[in-house]
Design a protein around this ligand. Structure first.
Ligand code: FEO
Length: 391
């Protein structure tokens, strides 16, 4: 247990080893942490638990505390936070569980136990002694049950998944870690988990800021605790909910025999000629979570694949599905690809980009087998035109 505020302790688990999250959906090269907190006041209150593979360790760390607990708060029942609830409740089935109505439904659906649920709404409070816990519902940020808990008297916001990062901290706080890496992981987390919910998050941010809570520490459920960059991470969220690009372009290709790569490089040289910053990625060899983050940050995206069996290659198709699912704000977009005979891929990419509301420019650019000098020159011009349009 590590004291983060007077009588408030971090009781979580740092997971250095995890490399994928949500099954195999989300890469976590920097690991993660499952942050749980214990408030030792006149009432002793545990806030959230840890992922269930670590439940025995979690229980052992709390072995001197469980008997004295007065309540548990479940801000969110996803198993990375609620997964070790049962091992505590097995010892103390009498403990009241404070959670949202949706939280109670989801806890019951996980554990099938009729525990003492105390349903809370935004504005409800639990006085623990010197501190008062104030609950703020965060429905669909990112589950129906989500809420955050503000510890009045400690200037502490226990924000659950909001402001989190999949990052295994070497020390608990933002200022004892490489802040560039922390921020990189914070945006990656936002993009891959929260982007489709940006509208809801924007309203919730405005609502929480309007409460004028005195906050000098934000303690999320993953990654570092923010104490030196509280304003900075809130500002980042205010930017990210808007989904505005940074003026750069992602050129993304997938290839069988290099023709589509040559096309991508020609387009990129046109962007470069116009002074537009770009990054190029082979979708088949680039980490998907990182690639989606780069697309989110950019203002333009140009995607190419050769045609196989009347379609685009599978990683390109899958990327387009991911982009649609994440509901990125409109960006400048384009499509290209080589082909041998039927040649559907560029048009399919073009249509999928249109279908997700992207501002798709020009026509899908296709090359039969290998680009010749004329095609390369046209692709450079395509890049120049795209850059001019973007600017
Ligand atoms: Fe980190 Fe939504 O659980």
């Amino acid at each position: 247990m590590i004291e983060i505020k007077p009588q408030i302790f971090w009781t979580g688990k740092i997971d250095w080893d995890i490399k994928f999250f949500h099954g195999h959906e989300f890469s976590t090269q920097e690991g993660t942490s499952y942050n749980s907190y214990l408030i030792k006041d006149e009432l002793n209150v545990l806030v959230d638990t840890v992922w269930y593979p670590y439940k025995e360790e979690f229980k052992k760390n709390l072995e001197n505390e469980i008997a004295g607990l007065d309540a548990i708060i479940v801000n969110h029942m996803e198993p990375d936070h609620g997964g070790s609830l049962e091992i505590i409740m097995d010892v103390r089935p009498d403990l009241p569980i404070y959670c949202t109505k949706n939280g109670a439904d989801i806890i019951k659906a996980h554990f099938h136990k009729d525990w003492d649920f105390r349903i809370v709404k935004t504005g409800d409070e639990l006085k623990t002694g010197k501190y008062t816990l104030k609950f703020v519902e965060m429905q669909m940020i990112h589950w129906p049950d989500s809420m955050m808990t503000y510890v009045d008297g400690a200037k502490l916001l226990l924000s659950n998944d909001a402001f989190g990062q999949h990052f295994a901290p070497g020390g608990l706080f933002d200022d004892v870690n490489d802040i560039d890496v922390v921020m990189r992981e914070a945006i990656k987390y936002y993009v891959n988990i929260l982007t489709p919910l940006s509208g809801i998050i924007k309203k919730k941010l405005e609502q929480v800021l309007a409460l004028s809570l005195d906050i000098d520490m934000i303690a999320p459920s993953h990654g570092v605790l923010w104490r030196s960059n509280v304003g900075a991470i809130i500002e980042k969220y205010q930017q990210w909910v808007e989904g505005v690009g940074d003026g750069s372009v992602c050129v993304i290709f997938e290839t069988m025999y290099d023709s589509t790569r040559q096309m991508a490089e020609a387009i990129a040289s046109g962007l470069q000629e116009e002074g537009v910053k770009y990054k190029m990625f082979n979708v088949a060899t680039t980490d998907r979570s990182d690639l989606l983050t780069e697309i989110f940050k950019s203002s333009g995206v140009i995607i190419g694949s050769c045609t196989v069996l009347n379609a685009a290659l599978r990683e390109t198709t899958s990327l387009l599905d991911d982009m649609k699912m994440l509901k990125f704000k409109p960006k400048f977009a384009g499509a290209f690809g080589s082909y041998g005979w039927s040649g559907e891929s560029a048009k399919l990419i073009f249509e999928k980009l249109q279908g997700m509301g992207m501002n798709v420019v020009g026509e899908p650019y296709r090359v039969k087998f290998r680009p010749d000098e004329t095609a390369i020159a046209e692709l450079v011009e395509y890049g120049i035109g795209f850059a001019k349009g973007l600017k």
